[in-house]
Each structure stands twice: as structure tokens, then as C-alpha cells.
Design a protein around this ligand. Structure first.
Ligand SMILES: C[S@@+](CC[C@H](N)C(=O)[O-])C[C@H]1O[C@@H](n2cnc3c(N)ncnc32)[C@H](O)[C@@H]1O
Length: 330
């Protein structure tokens, strides 16, 4: 690889057009390394595989920076997890000082928190956290609306009309905390997305423990309400690693390339996610160039869906945006 922006663009473009899987091996490798760092709390060297199979040793550069700030506190990185960057975005990124690192689809990422310099104790966040009671009350209110509403009935009708392959679990990504970041209010549409998971579980006759949800923004209150309902919140790449050919995968407007990662890992029985023909998530702009998008539609994804899935409209609803239901031909 030559070290220029143009070379980076060409490299990314070639990979993008080739339909090569990018995430399957690297996701498992990196997660295992980060789990070891999380459990020991000790910084360690991290190795990540590039899309063309080269192992890049990031040294301990992927481990948390600790630096003192002026008020006698230090900023520390905690809870290492994987940050995903679809390779298509590499083309628009600055080529990094370490050229090879420019092409990594996954890198370690740390949650940055303020801690006391002397004791190392984390400073509590300033805004109050949402309470369990108000989260539960909001969730139950929206769930009742959803359960008795037109969209839920319409969704059941679509599912009844389809031939659904054997299903073993439901994995929901990026449904979001049911409260705004700053605890300014309850997010009804996110409660509805979680209520939908329960509709799917009931429709498919799955037992508790077979519904998983992954979103790094969940607060403790979200986790407890979801756990009460039999939805298990999982960490880091455990959501992806639970996806197999008997999964139902749900995601709406994620900040990560959920569709591309899932397409690398498995051929799920059902995918309910953003319509791949939605012009708001273009794969290539009208100018023919590759554009930034958190959850891009790739030629690989389009081919898989066209060849292996039947598409159904997702019942129109503002809370869900433009989604579609893709059911695998058995
Ligand atoms: C634009 S919000 C969409 C939330 C919700 N689905 C909605 O429609 O309002 C994107 C979500 O992606 C989540 N996200 C970010 N990284 C993620 C990851 N690695 N796995 C799953 N979700 C992630 C964010 O926390 C956020 O909740």
C-alpha cells in the first residue's frame, strides 16, 4: 500500500467492491483480547487483523490514556470495547501516521471518565441517572400502546403470512437507552422498539433467555427493566457472536455497521432493519463516490439479501423509521 490518500481510497474501494467479509474473524479476536484487559484491569498489547488478513500489533496504544487535568482530577479510560468503522469509511479518513492502522475495521475504544488523582475513584456523573421506577412506568405505558396498536397487529399479520425458517433466538442491536443522555426525558420510540422484541418472542414461541439486546448506552435502569421482561443485555461483541442462522436480528438506525457485521457472521432467519433501498443510507452517492454512513449498505449485503431473502414491508410507523423485514428463503 502506498502511503497516500489516493492509495487509501483505491484500497478501500477495491475491498468494498470485492464483497470480502471483514469482521467475522477480527471481531472474535479483538473481543477476546479486550475481555482479558477488562478482567485483569492490566494494559496489554492488542493485535487486530486488517481486512486483507495482516495482523497489526497496536502495542498498548489501544489501552487507556491517563492524564492529570488542572482541577486535580485525571481522565481515565474504562470499560474497553470494540469500536467499529466500516472499511468504506477509510476512504474518507485521513491516512494515519501508522499507515496500516488506517485500514483497521475494528479498534479498541475506552469510555472516558473523570477520577480522583489520589484515590483513583470515579467521579459520579453530574446529571441524575434515570430511576428504575420511571423507566418501568414509561416502558409499560408504551408497551401497552404498541401491543394494542395497528402496527403490532399488522406486523403479526405479515409474520403469519410468511414462511419463517426455524428460529432459536432474537438479537436486538442499538435500540438505545429509553432516556435521553442527559436524563431530559423518556424516549417513547425506543421503548416501542424494545416492546417489538417481546412481540417477536411471543409470536415465535421463544422462551426467556432467548432474547438478547446490545447497546452501549443502556443505563442500569434500562438493564433492569429489560431483564424483568426476560431480555438479556449483553456486552461488547457478545451480541454479534450470538447471531447465527437461526437468529432474528433487529436494529434501527444504529451508529455502527450492524448490517455489514451480521452479513459477515451468519445468514439469520429474519432480519428486521433499515430498508436496504432507503436512499438515506446510500452505498454510493449520486456522484459515484463512497460516502460516510454509520451502517452502510454494501454490494455484499445487497447480493446476499437479493439471493437469499424475501422482503416484506415493515408496518409504517414514525417510531421505527423506514425498516423492512427480510426472511431467509429456507
Ligand atoms: C441513532 S441511535 C438509534 C437508537 C434507536 N434505535 C432509535 O431508533 O432511536 C444509535 C444507537 O446505536 C448505539 N450503538 C453505538 N455503538 C453500538 C454498538 N457497538 N452496538 C450496538 N449499538 C451501538 C448507540 O448507543 C445508539 O443508541
Amino acid at each position: 500500500m502506498a502511503g497516500s490518500q489516493e492509495a487509501a481510497y483505491q484500497y478501500a474501494r477495491t475491498l468494498y467492491d470485492s464483497g470480502a467479509p471483514l469482521f467475522s474473524k477480527a471481531t472474535r479476536e479483538l473481543m477476546t483480547q479486550l475481555e482479558a484487559i477488562r478482567s485483569t484491569g492490566v494494559a496489554a498489547s492488542v493485535t487486530v487483523t486488517t481486512p486483507d488478513g495482516e495482523a497489526i500489533d497496536l502495542g498498548t496504544s489501544g489501552t487507556p490514556n491517563i492524564f492529570e487535568d488542572t482541577a486535580g482530577f485525571q481522565q481515565i479510560g474504562i470499560n474497553p470495547h470494540i469500536s467499529y468503522d466500516h472499511f468504506r469509511n477509510f476512504a474518507t479518513l485521513q491516512v494515519k501516521h501508522n499507515l496500516k492502522a488506517t485500514y483497521l475495521p475494528l479498534v479498541p475504544h475506552y469510555e472516558c471518565r473523570q477520577a480522583d488523582v489520589v484515590t483513583g475513584e470515579l467521579v459520579p456523573r453530574q446529571k441524575p441517572l434515570p430511576s428504575y421506577e420511571e423507566t418501568l412506568e414509561g416502558f409499560q405505558r408504551e408497551r401497552t400502546k404498541w401491543d394494542t396498536g395497528r402496527q403490532c397487529e399488522e406486523l403479526r399479520r405479515v409474520l403469519r403470512s410468511a414462511e419463517i425458517p426455524r428460529v432459536g433466538n432474537i438479537v436486538a442491536f442499538a435500540c438505545g437507552t429509553m432516556h435521553l443522555m442527559e436524563h431530559d426525558g423518556f424516549r417513547a420510540e425506543r421503548a416501542l422498539q424494545h416492546a417489538l422484541i417481546l412481540t417477536l418472542r411471543d409470536f415465535l414461541g421463544l422462551s426467556e433467555g432467548k432474547c438478547l439486546a446490545r447497546d452501549p448506552s443502556y443505563e442500569d435502569a434500562d438493564k433492569k427493566v429489560l431483564s424483568d421482561e426476560g431480555i438479556t443485555v449483553v456486552d461488547d461483541a457478545h451480541g454479534f457472536l450470538a447471531v447465527d442462522n437461526e437468529s432474528v436480528v433487529f436494529s434501527a438506525y444504529p451508529d455502527v455497521p450492524i448490517r455489514a457485521v451480521v452479513a459477515d457472521i451468519a445468514r439469520p432467519a429474519v432480519m428486521i432493519w433499515n430498508d436496504v433501498s432507503d436512499p438515506r443510507t446510500p452505498s454510493t452517492g449520486s456522484d459515484g463516490e463512497i460516502h460516510l454512513c454509520a451502517d452502510p449498505v454494501t454490494p455484499r449485503l445487497i447480493d446476499i439479501i437479493r439471493e437469499q431473502h424475501v422482503r416484506f414491508d415493515f408496518p409504517d410507523d414514525e417510531a421505527f423509521g423506514r425498516l423492512a423485514i427480510y426472511i431467509r428463503k429456507s
